[in-house]
Structure formats: structure tokens, C-alpha cells
Design a protein around this ligand. Sequence first.
Ligand code: SF4
Ligand code: SF4
Length: 485
Amino acid sequence: MIVTILIVLAALVLVVQACIGLGFFISCMWEKEKRATLFAGLQCFGMLCVLIAFLYLVRIDFFETDTGLAILIIGFFLGAVVAFLFLRRTAPNKKALEGTKGLIVGDVRRFDERDQVFARNRTLRPGSEQYRAYYQEHPEHEAFDAKRRKKGGPIGDLGIIDRPHSAANASATLASLSMSLYLSTPEKVSPQAHVQLQGTQVNLSPEEATERVKGYARYLGADLVGITEINPLWLYSHRGEIFHENWEDWGKEIRLSHTYAVVCAEEMSFEMVGSAPHTPTTIESMKNYAKGAVIADQLAAFIANLGYSATANFLRHYDAMLVPLAVDAGLGECGRLGYVMTKEFGPRGRLSAVTTDLPLVVDKPIDIGVEDFCTICKKCAVCCPSRSIPLDDQQEINGTLRWKLHDETCFDYWGNIGTDCNICMRVCPWSHARALPHKLIMEIITRNKLARRLFNVMDDIFYGKKPQPKPTAPLWASFHSWEKR
Ligand code: SF4
Ligand code: SF4
């Protein structure tokens, strides 16, 4: 009787394993990952062979013999040990559970938006008063900025990497980019209540307000929503980005009376990012910045209509740095590449936010094992063509212990290729499409240290140490000759 139960259990385990193997094989084909498909196929074949061999042994009553029974029991014992080692929740990273507070090791100076590479490139016009004032104070940036400016705007001469077939994709990119600009006028970013509702303040408990705000954000298209109390350290100290000729704001100290930030993350399409660094990935970036702009603007208007103050933060208006806010709002942890890594789609997301004085219930920061995984992984750093992502351990940067992306070399590379690159995002093992096998893997690696080590090696085996762009972009976003498709 006991032998029969053990045999049935073992058969079930092997069938489930083979099904997961088959699912992984199918998902690799769907991901258009040739190498992973080959290895997944071999793995699946191996699992099927084990299952067939097991069924054969059952048929010849091998497990009724003493040797067979011993093998069965040892197999179960080893299986249980392996399952315990890889599935148990290992000790949490207490630093991660503190959010960005866990990173602080010294004095943190608020970051001046004027020092950002985008603001320098976009805003400072040679010959202008701001240009003179800035480089007088920061002569160390002038030579780099002058050279970079010649390569064109933030993404350089758009689409150079895909010439001569870049025109359609450059048009789609600019179409998405335009949306954030349209939505960034001060009256839209910090809206007043609608005339019908002015003068009223809706009385909501923090719990109800949170439910309604999060629900509306999700309804508008946010894939993830979290709320945090704003740590003033993550507010920019001074305004550096000027988009509407509002030059009087340049260099103005940023003061914010809002207590809370509602942070939203929008998932970028796996198919479009798969082509990185080619133009489809930039269409996707801009589309999600546009989506973030719509969500943040409408959410801010909703809160304003409730009778509270709110400001939308998105590609064309930031009062705060959104990555630390997202970490504190429990959306994920910051990875080696400088993006927020979420359990749901890794670094393949874009952020937007609304700051407000509407009382809300905050979320807690989370530990999903990113720091541990990134310490051993380094794939983004190895694959970064401009060597902008550090290969070494976290270092103290402005009072915080973390990995720091070298923004100038990254930005310079964008100028060379005419896209926002995103190679680091594409190659990250956390970026795989969340088909069922990858969802299972994420469940395991977010809770277990040993599994992180195993799946880090497996990712290199299945996807390669330096994965290449995939032909996943849809036909309409083709960057090859149309006739050859
Ligand atoms: S976007 Fe490209 S250049 Fe910049 S850090 Fe990522 S891989 Fe490197
Ligand atoms: S590629 Fe590896 S090291 Fe880089 S962010 Fe992703 S998991 Fe971390």
C-alpha cells in the first residue's frame, strides 16, 4: 500500500515537472528565444525520458524489489531536501524592508534638476543667460555637454541605428513623445477643481480615499500603484527642465507642501523591448511615458476635484525623483541598472506619480531579493555597450549605498545610436515575459537565496551571457527594409 502511494506521488511529481518543462519550452518559442528554445527542448525531452523510464520501472514491478523501494525512498528524501532548500523563504533583507531609508549611510544632499544630463542638454541654449550662469558654476560639465549637444536632443539624431528604415518608427516615437508635452502645461500638471466642484472638499477617510485613488489609477491603465509618504530628500532642490518658455522657473527652489505620492508603474511590452537598442524599444518607452502622463494628469484632476491639492509628475514635469518614491511605495527595489525592479515585470516599466495633500494610507517597502540577485548577476553591466553600469559592489554615493549608473556615458551612447538603448532592460533576467514558467521562477527567486544563484546560472545557460536583440517587434514597427519582410 505504502509503495503504491509513493509510486503515485512520484509519478505525479514527474508529470508536473514534465508539464512545467513543456510550458517553458513553449514560452521560449513564443519569446522567439532560439537558444532558450533549444535548451528548454532538451530539458523537456530529458524530463519526459525520466517519466517514461519511471513508468517502465513501475510496469516491471521494479519498485516492489528491495533495491527499487530503496531508490524510491532515497529519491523522495532527496526531492524533499531540494524542495526545502529552494522553496523555503530565506532571511529577509532588512535594508530593503526599510525602502530608501535602508540605503542612507551619510548626509544626503537633494539633487538639483539643473545638473541632470537631460536638463543640461535640453534646456541650456548656448548664448543664453542660463547657459552662462550654469557653466560658470559648473565648468566641469561644459566640454562634455557641448560635444553631446552636437549629437542632437536627448535621443540624438532619432533612429540613426536603423537607417535607412527608421523614418516610420521615428514618426511613431515623436508622436508618443508629443503627448507628454501637450499634457505638461502648469494648469494640467497642478489642476484646479472643475468649476462645478470648486469650493467643496469631499470628506473621505484615508482608507476610502486610498481605495478610490488606487482604483481610478488602475482603471486609467496603471499596472502597479503604490503610495508613500514623501521623503523630502528625493525632491529636486531646484527646477532645471523648462518646456513652456517659463524661464522664470529655471533655478527656482522646489518647495512642496504635499505629504503623499501615488506612484504608478506601466509595463513596457516585452516584444518591443526585445528589439533593444533598435527603434521599437524607444516607441515603447515614449508610449509608456505618454500613458504615464495621461494617468498622472487625470489622477491629479480627480484629486483636485475632491478638493485637495495635487501635482502630476511625468516625463515633462518632475518635482521629485520617482525611482526612490517607487521603492518607498513598495513597487519594487532598485536594481544595479538604476531602474525599479518589480516582481511583475522586472525593470521593464515606466513610472509616473501624483503628489498630494489628500490623506492616504501608505504602502510598505518590499524585499523581493533584487539586491542579492543583482550582486551575483551583473548581466546588464556586462552587456552595456558604454560601460555605464558598475560591475563592482555598491558604493556610497551622496550619502546612499547603491549602484550608480554613469548617466553621462549612457546618455552619450544614446546620442550615438539615436534611441534610448534599453539593452540593459532587455537582457535583465527579470525582464522575461511573464508566461507561467517565468511567473513560477519569479515566485521562487523572490523568496529564496539559493534559487537566485541557481536561476542566475540557468539564465546564462538558456539565454546566453550576452543575449542579442530578438525579432519580436510587430510588423508595423519593423526597422528592416519593408520589401524584405
Ligand atoms: S541604456 Fe544602454 S547605454 Fe544606458 S546603461 Fe542601459 S545598456 Fe548602458
Ligand atoms: S541584469 Fe542582473 S544585475 Fe542587472 S539589474 Fe537585472 S538582475 Fe540586476
